[in-house]
Ligand binder design. Structure first.
Ligand SMILES: NC(=O)c1ccc[n+]([C@@H]2O[C@H](COP(=O)([O-])OP(=O)(O)OC[C@H]3O[C@@H](n4cnc5c(N)ncnc54)[C@H](OP(=O)(O)O)[C@@H]3O)[C@@H](O)[C@H]2O)c1
Length: 318
């Protein structure tokens, strides 16, 4: 099979395409022939930083590091304990998070309990691009945000991978949703169904809205998260995607009487099942705006690394 191994931490040039033997499978695993891979900011953070690679592998960095967690593909072999899938099934999932998912490869061994059948109306590219961002959004909106009908919810970076799913899930929950983005993405964000759009480049968002029940903050900045706290009403909730900021924002949360919750996404068939249902029923539509070939995978990472991607970036595999 073909795979990208990380030669060393650093830039995209450290991703090296190599030929390897297909992975063997354990009794609880399936072997997936890869059709699409989703690219996420964590892929880039792990590529760049040995510390983050060490954290995600819980200190056990293997000799051969294959990045990637999102996948869609076709089951080619099933282990003897696998009852849910058979050869030929079209599946998708977030593999082995936390840990190494090793989806930057044309064949991937995956624990069957982390997979779902691909919703039939979704093509492979959209399916491969979905799991991590959509499952993070579910955790932010439903599990931690506990958003209910009528809540005023501010979703930052509504044009991003997580944000565009969070908007759609929050609308499904019956919230009044306000999305932030720059003017170039206004049309994209309004199309997701937001009730209000805030151009964060025109004026600071905290001058454009107040008294939120919940804010979902995907921005990698303590200062930004502190501004988010300032627009939440007493007793409201902040959900932030950089859980390591907890100590830096704790005092402000207490002073504002706001509950703070950091998200750690993890592999879960249960959560992916909820996403599958919303996709099948038409409440959630994954938006893939850039598709790369397997040979172009490093360029796909570069596109996400700009921090300006709209919706999702995916790699399609023949
Ligand atoms: N903790 C977890 O479990 C977890 C899981 C998934 C992701 N994350 C983290 O969450 C963050 C977001 O992930 P993602 O996949 O959604 O990223 P992404 O798709 O790369 O986000 C890019 C988008 O963010 C928008 N953006 C950037 N700065 C903004 C600002 N100040 N205000 C409003 N929008 C802004 C950009 O729009 P413009 O070009 O218009 O600025 C762009 O559309 C990343 O840092 C990621 O590491 C954490």
């Amino acid at each position: 099979m073909e795979a990208y191994i990380l030669e060393n931490n650093g830039g995209i040039e450290k991703l090296k395409k190599v030929t390897l033997t297909k992975p063997g499978i354990k009794p609880n695993e399936v072997l997936i022939k890869t059709k699409a891979i989703g690219i996420n900011p964590i892929d880039i953070q792990v590529r760049n930083s040995k510390d983050i690679l060490g954290m995600i592998t819980q200190g056990n960095i293997p000799q051969e590091v294959i990045l990637g967690w999102d996948i869609a593909g076709v089951v080619e072999e099933a282990g003897e304990d696998v009852d849910d899938f058979k050869i030929g099934d079209e599946v998708y999932g977030l593999i082995n998070m936390p840990g190494l998912g090793k989806t930057y490869a044309t064949y991937v061994a995956a624990d069957a309990s982390q997979l779902m059948l691909k919703p039939s109306g979704l093509n492979f590219t959209a399916a491969g691009a979905t799991p991590m961002a959509a499952m993070t959004a579910w955790q932010a909106v439903v599990t931690l945000g506990q958003i209910k009908k009528g809540d005023k919810v501010l979703v930052h970076a509504a044009s991003g991978g997580v944000g565009h799913f969070a908007v759609q899930i929050a609308k499904y929950m019956g919230a009044h949703v306000i999305g932030t983005g720059s003017a170039k993405n206004e049309h994209f964000i309004r199309d997701l169904g937001v009730d209000e759009f805030i151009d964060y480049t025109a004026k600071p968002f905290e001058q454009q809205t107040q008294e939120m029940d919940v804010v979902i903050d995907a921005i990698n900045s303590v200062e930004h998260i502190l501004q988010s706290i300032s627009v939440i009403k007493k007793g409201g909730r902040l959900v932030y995607l950089q859980p390591h900021f907890q100590s830096a924002i704790e005092a402000q949360l207490q002073a504002a009487e706001v509950f703070g919750h950091g998200v750690f996404v993890y592999s879960s068939r249960e959560v992916l099942g909820k996403i599958s249902q919303l996709i099948s029923e038409g409440y959630v539509v994954p938006k893939v705006t850039q598709i790369f070939t397997f040979d172009e995978l490093p360029q796909a990472q570069a596109a996400v690394e700009t921090g300006r991607a709209t919706g999702k970036v995916a790699v399609s595999v023949n």
